[in-house]
Ligand binder design. Structure first.
Ligand code: PEP
Ligand code: MN
Length: 361
């Protein structure tokens, strides 16, 4: 179900709407010099929006929790000197008032705050009657409805300049990322609110500088609107998120390397080929459905057999053998172990559900 929100285009924010839209700046404002030096470096790279955290939501107490309101003065200077718009994170009403009072141009709501509807509602209430762009990061947990709910709360306060940031999701499982990207959730958000610009945060997704390029490229290939990237004049000594920050010059290099591909709608002449290929995909998908149906019919017979003979459902050892064998066979077809693992885990889960239902019928 599509949500029809009357969202203003990015050009109304007072920036030149060239894609990708780039926001950059330090994780945290640390000193006036650091803020100004970063802003100058970024302005040289043509960046239009300067980000900096003033109040930092840290995992443990006694870590650097941001410089507080004094940093807003430094951002104001950065704006006066470079002409860049400024953006900061707000997590409560006091932050909103301080940021507005000090002329911050764009507010964003951090991942931990988005996860808390009370906090988002308080911020929304403080924004009634204010015309300022607000960007809503995804919640830390992969819950699309919670993300949409936060967007709606801000929208219902009358804010029309809205965007979203995909900054990845924290998970118990160890991955190569600090916050694993879930591209499908961002795609689903785009389907639910098609005119909502989605900006990718490769810094918080990656957690390390060397991954920023590939995550940025992926976001661009998926048609995301822009990038927010943490930059610091000397990342090694940054007081927060040192491992993922890059210098303004490194950012410039990354932006030069990024390939921005057109959407298919800009290529009417190749439309026919794409349509043919999609028809083939549809046919194969239907075959998959038929095969899956046949497989589940067999599962039902097995369930019946187990019930009649009092055999329990899960035979862990057999399952391990199957998945291992499938990964090997899949490799022979050029299919990744990850695909095999995900598909067969889902099929196995469904088989267990079917058999449990039969056993308990
Ligand atoms: C940040 O952008 O500095 C930040 C704290 O991000 P997140 O809310 O995504 O963790
Ligand atoms: Mn950060």
């Amino acid at each position: 179900m599509e949500l029809k929100l009357d969202i203003d285009p990015i050009s109304s924010w007072g920036v030149d709407d060239k894609r990708p839209l780039i926001m950059a700046g330090p994780c945290s404002a640390e000193t006036e010099e650091q803020v100004l030096e970063t802003a100058r470096g970024l302005a040289k790279q043509g960046i239009q929006i300067f980000r900096a955290g003033i109040w930092k939501p840290r995992t443990r107490p006694n870590m650097f929790e941001g410089v507080g309101s004094i940093g807003l003065q430094w951002m104001k200077k950065a704006k006066q000197e470079t002409g860049m718009l400024t953006a900061t994170e707000v997590a409560n009403v006091k932050h909103v008032y301080e940021a507005l009072k000090n002329g911050i141009d764009i507010l964003w709501i951090g991942a931990r705050t988005t996860a808390n509807p009370f906090a988002v509602q308080e911020i929304a209430d403080a924004l009634v009657g204010v015309d300022i762009p607000v960007i809503i990061k995804n919640p830390v947990n992969p819950d699309l409805e919670l993300w949409i709910g936060a967007i709606e709360r801000i929208y219902n306060a009358g804010i029309r300049k809205i965007a979203a940031i995909h900054r990845g999701f924290s998970s118990f499982e160890k991955t190569n990322y600090r916050n694993a990207p879930m591209w499908q959730i961002a795609i689903d958000l785009n389907q639910r609110i098609p005119n909502l610009p989605i900006i990718c945060d490769p810094s918080h997704i990656s957690g390390k500088s060397e991954l920023i390029y590939e995550v940025s490229q992926k976001a661009m290939d998926l048609g995301q609107y822009g990038l927010i990237i943490e930059t610091h004049p000397n990342p090694k000594v940054a007081l927060s998120d040192a491992r993922q920050q890059i210098t303004p010059d490194q950012l410039g290099e990354i932006l030069k390397r990024l390939v921005i591909r057109d959407s298919e709608y800009e290529h009417p002449e190749t439309k026919h080929t794409l349509e043919q290929l999609r028809l083939s995909i549809n046919l194969y998908d239907e075959e998959l459905l038929k095969i899956m149906h046949k497989r589940m019919e067999v599962v039902k017979q097995i369930g019946q057999h187990k019930k009649e003979n009092n055999i329990r459902i899960i035979q862990t050892k057999r399952w391990e053998e199957i998945i291992h064998g499938m990964e090997e066979k899949g490799a022979g077809y050029g299919l990744s172990a990850e695909l095999i693992d995900q598909v067969f885990k889902a099929i196995h889960q469904e088989s267990i559900t079917i058999q449990t239902n039969i056993l308990n019928a």
